[in-house]
Design a binder for this molecule. Structure first.
Ligand code: DC
Length: 222
C-alpha cells in the first residue's frame, strides 16, 4: 500500500542520515540512506579492482544485490556498514556516483523500495529525481565549519584520526563535485522546505520536520 514519502536532501555533513534515521524510529517508518548505497557500489568496485573511471565496467551491478535495512547496508547479504566509511570509499564515491549507469540502477532500487509503506529517504536527488512526488521535501543545510565539526566528532568517536582542516577540505571538494556534476546534481527541489541546521540541535531538527509532516495529511503507522 502506498504510504507517506518524506524526501530529505542536503550536502555532506548536513545531518541527513542521523536525522532521517531518528524520524523513522520515532514514527515507525522505513529509512533508506541512499548515500550508503552509492558508498556500497564504490566499495564493491574497489574490491573488484575495476577501472573506476570506466562506466562500462560497472555492469557488475546487474547481478549485485545492494540493500539498506534498519540502518545497515548489505552487498549480497554481506554487512558492509562499517566498511563503506573507509577513506578510499569516501575519496572515490563522488566519481562513482557521477555515472548515469550507476545512478539509473540505484534509482530503480530506491524507487522500488519506496513503493510500499511510509518512508524517509535521504540523499542528494531524492526530491528532484527519485521521489519527485514526495509528500514532503526537506533540504537541509549548515555552514561548512559546522558540518566539518560534526564529521570530525563522528570520526573521533569511531577512533579515526583526522585534522579538522582536512575534514573541511574534503567536504568542500565533495560539495563542489556533488553540486556541479552533470547527472542529477545536488539541488534543492523547487517545492522543498529549506532548513538551516547550523544553530539547531539534532532533536530540534527532528521535531521540526515531524511537525511539518503533521501539517501535511498523513497516515501514521500504516
Ligand atoms: O550521504 P553521503 O555523504 O554518505 O553520500 C556519499 C556520496 O554519494 C555523496 O558524495 C554523493 C553521492 N550521493 C548521490 O550522488 N546521490 C544520492 N542520492 C546520495 C548520495
Amino acid at each position: 500500500m502506498p504510504g507517506y514519502k518524506l524526501a530529505i536532501d542536503g550536502p555532506a555533513g548536513s545531518g541527513k542520515s542521523t536525522i532521517s534515521s531518528l524520524i523513522a524510529k520515532k514514527l515507525g517508518w522505513t529509512h533508506i540512506d541512499t548515500g550508503a548505497m552509492y558508498r556500497a557500489v564504490t566499495l564493491l568496485a574497489i574490491e573488484l579492482k575495476i577501472d573506476l573511471h570506466d562506466e562500462a565496467s560497472y555492469r557488475f551491478l546487474e547481478s549485485a544485490q545492494i540493500h539498506y535495512d534498519f540502518d545497515r547496508i548489505y552487498i549480497n547479504d554481506r554487512d558492509v556498514t562499517e566498511a563503506i566509511r573507509s577513506e578510499s570509499v569516501t575519496q572515490n564515491v563522488s566519481l562513482v556516483s557521477s555515472f548515469p549507469y550507476v545512478r539509473k540502477r540505484l534509482v530503480e532500487l530506491q524507487q522500488s523500495a519506496a513503493k510500499n509503506g511510509n518512508i524517509v529517504m535521504d540523499g542528494r536527488d531524492i526530491g528532484t529525481v527519485v521521489l519527485p512526488n514526495a509528500d514532503l521535501k526537506i533540504f537541509l543545510t549548515a555552514n561548512v565549519e559546522e558540518r566539518a565539526k560534526r564529521r570530525y566528532k563522528e570520526n573521533v568517536k569511531k577512533g579515526k584520526q583526522a585534522q579538522i582542516s582536512q575534514v573541511i577540505e574534503d567536504i568542500v571538494i565533495r560539495d563542489q563535485k556533488d553540486s556541479t556534476r552533470k547527472e542529477s546534481p545536488l539541488r534543492k527541489a523547487s517545492d522543498a522546505v529549506e532548513l538551516d541546521t547550523t544553530f539547531l540541535t539534532i532533536e530540534e531538527v527532528v521535531n521540526k520536520i515531524i511537525e511539518l509532516t503533521d501539517k501535511k495529511e498523513i497516515n501514521h503507522g500504516v
